[in-house]
Write a new protein. Structure first.
Length: 78
């Protein structure tokens, strides 16, 4: 990633070219720059697939939202 950032400064064309890609395998193709694809490939290699038994209904989303606000408040207030 550092190499792509440095190359973008010295060779701006690296970040200007766009490619059609679907890096998240969603079926939605979009325009991506080379640095964005590089970063995304690193990110997806570090993220674990979601457990199939997790049901992302409104209740679960609200529970996660509340928990994230609690964590944020504990960090901001610390």
């Amino acid at each position: 990633m550092e190499g792509l950032a440095i190359n973008t400064i010295t060779v701006p064309e690296v970040g200007q070219h766009r490619f059609e890609a679907d890096p998240f395998n969603t079926g939605l193709v979009g325009e991506w720059s080379l640095p964005a694809l590089g970063f995304t490939s690193i990110l997806t290699s570090l993220v674990e697939p979601e457990q199939p038994e997790v049901d992302w209904d409104d209740v679960r989303i609200e529970q996660c939202r509340v928990r994230l606000h609690e964590i944020r408040a504990s960090v901001v207030d610390a």
